[in-house]
Design a protein around this ligand. Structure first.
Ligand code: AMP
Ligand code: MG
Length: 524
């Protein structure tokens, strides 16, 4: 198997001199060398053809014994020296000290077709950062990560990718809802890929420890390889770097808000310095539009990471990263200016994203109010976000908003409780649609043009929470076909796929309160 290995992280940055694999505090180093554990009986479940090719392999490679060995951790590829990264993080608003890759092991970096990919196994055994945990991952969370990272990419959301999903053949003990009901589950290993897996927390750990030397080395490395347009080694460069990270973070979160994705655990150790969606844990997709919704039961009481709070948390996390960079910049004002700019940019970018969802190509002062009114009205009764926005393109300036519900016909499928469309709720919809239809009158695009542009930002197919769970249930029984079917479906989320109409439907009632569908925990 011919991979073009071109390691930089483990060659250019300070390494932990200790090569033993014992939990410990790792000082003055960006990573520790560690070998993946050898799985009991690995079996390939699925691979992403696109990613296999992106890293320079063929489908013939992907079905080889060698591929399974390397991508399950059974064998270390010649010319590589695998390692786990050292990072810290703020978890749920509190500094948590050293975290690090507790169950992720970087195999190495490959360069193919001009692109750099770090390849990382998740669930391949303990590392010096595993603390008291087992370093493993279960099949259910691995299916969720594998499917969702690829789906996000095809939605146009910046994200880490997934190359392959394998069963380890080992059993893993998990207490899914943290309620004393631990049980054995199938272990699995995902190989994920990104230009780099560096997180905000990689910078924070050095700042917290007062290790400015390592902080500078890591920042210079990051700029050199991933922000080549930025000046290296100067204060102005570090400020420009922070500004660009803020821009990318906001860009990513605006995309999340556009498609209805809730990350679930936006701790600073789960925010990529490249602005990529990373660490698919208890994430979820909005079904009924609800700013307060979070799929993560661990966060149920405070809802810190609820849908509507994601842009604010992005800012909060950037403030932590900014603090970590102070030793390099020795001033706080320019960092504060970046945070202020984020707030202003958020307002503009959110509005422009919502205009696109509404099919508005011109700007009018009343648009802000129109969007605000829509968001409020969507939450009066349970209204499916994906179906509503997708079908909204059937409304035109000729639509007449009369008494009764006839005008709602194009979007009626989005309502979980159509019988509740009476009284004040109906009046609120009449009012909003009146304003919207009137607003469409100011647009010059034809209905056809508007439909095409709306369909390019309002996906028809997303990985609804219950869809992933159905794939998991089948896979648990040894049937992996749905993993592949969903993987294929979600490669074209904006296309009409009439044969897949069953996935363009409201969440079935059985999934409303089912663990894995609406309720997830960090257990994975
Ligand atoms: P997460 O909330 O999943 O992002 O994980 C937070 C920290 O816990 C990271 O340092 C992970 O590497 C670590 N971690 C999570 N699960 C495990 C596990 N099963 N074994 C070892 N470390 C883990
Ligand atoms: Mg994490």
């Amino acid at each position: 198997m011919n991979l073009n290995i071109a390691d930089t992280f483990n060659r250019e940055l300070p390494a932990d001199p200790d090569r033993t694999n014992e939990p410990r505090q790792v000082k003055d180093a960006c990573f520790s060398f560690v070998k993946p554990s050898v799985p009991g009986q690995p079996k390939l479940v699925h691979y992403s053809k696109e990613m296999v090719e992106a890293i320079g392999l063929t489908e013939a490679d992907a079905t080889s014994e060698e591929f399974l060995k390397i991508f399950s951790g059974a064998k270390v590829l010649e010319g590589t020296d695998p390692y786990a990264m050292c990072y810290g993080g703020h978890q749920f608003g509190h500094w948590a000290g050293q975290l690090g890759d507790g169950r992720a092991i970087n195999l190495g970096e490959v360069v193919h077709a001009g692109n750099r990919w770090a390849l990382q196994l998740k669930g391949a055994g303990t590392t010096p950062y595993s603390r008291t945990a087992d370093g493993l991952a279960v099949l259910r969370s691995s299916i969720r990560e594998h499917l969702c990272s690829e789906a996000m990419h095809h939605l146009g959301v910046p994200t880490t990718r997934s190359v392959s999903l394998a069963l380890s053949g080992d059993e893993v003990l998990r207490d899914v809802m943290y309620n004393g009901n631990a049980a054995y589950e199938k272990g699995a290993i995902v190989c994920r890929a990104a230009p780099s897996f560096i997180r905000f927390g990689n910078f924070e750990i050095f700042a917290r420890r007062g290790d400015v030397d390592s902080l500078r080395k890591l920042t210079d490395y990051t700029i050199r390889h991933f922000f080549p347009e930025i000046e290296q080694g100067t204060k102005a460069g570090y400020i420009a770097f922070f500004k660009e990270v803020a821009r990318r973070t906001l860009d990513m979160i605006i995309h999340w808000q556009r498609v209805g994705f809730v990350h679930g655990v936006m701790n600073t150790d789960n925010l990529s310095i490249l602005g990529l969606t990373i660490d698919f844990g208890p994430y979820g997709w909005l079904e009924g539009y609800d700013d307060n919704w979070t799929p993560n039961t661990t966060d149920r009481s405070h809802r810190r990471y609820r849908f509507g709070n994601q842009p604010h948390i992005g800012l909060w996390n950037l403030a932590q990263l900014g603090s970590a960079l102070v030793p390099l910049i020795e001033e706080v004002k320019p960092l504060q200016a970046v945070l202020e700019a984020y707030k202003a940019a958020y307002q503009l970018r959110y509005l422009s994203m919502m205009r696109q969802k509404l099919g508005l190509q011109t700007d009018r002062e009343t648009d802000d109010a129109l969007v605000g009114q829509l968001v409020a009205t969507l939450q009066l009764t349970e209204t499916d976000m994906t179906i509503f926005f997708r079908n909204l393109s059937e409304i035109s300036q000729e639509t007449s908003v009369n008494e009764g519900t006839a005008f709602l016909a194009p979007v009626l499928d989005a309502f979980y409780e159509p019988d509740a469309l009476t009284g004040e709720t109906l009046a609120a919809w009449q009012s909003w649609f009146n304003a919207y239809v009137e607003r469409l009158g100011h647009e010059t695009a034809t209905a056809e043009e508007r439909r095409a542009s709306m369909h390019s930002v309002n996906p028809k197919y997303v990985l609804r929470n219950y869809m992933a769970q159905l794939a998991i249930d089948k896979a648990d029984a040894g049937d992996y076909t749905l993993i592949n079917d969903l993987h294929q479906l979600l490669k074209r989320p904006y296309d009409e796929q009439p044969e897949a109409q069953e996935w363009f439907a409201r969440r079935p009632e059985w999934a409303r309160n089912r663990v894995g569908c609406s309720m997830l925990s960090c257990s994975s």
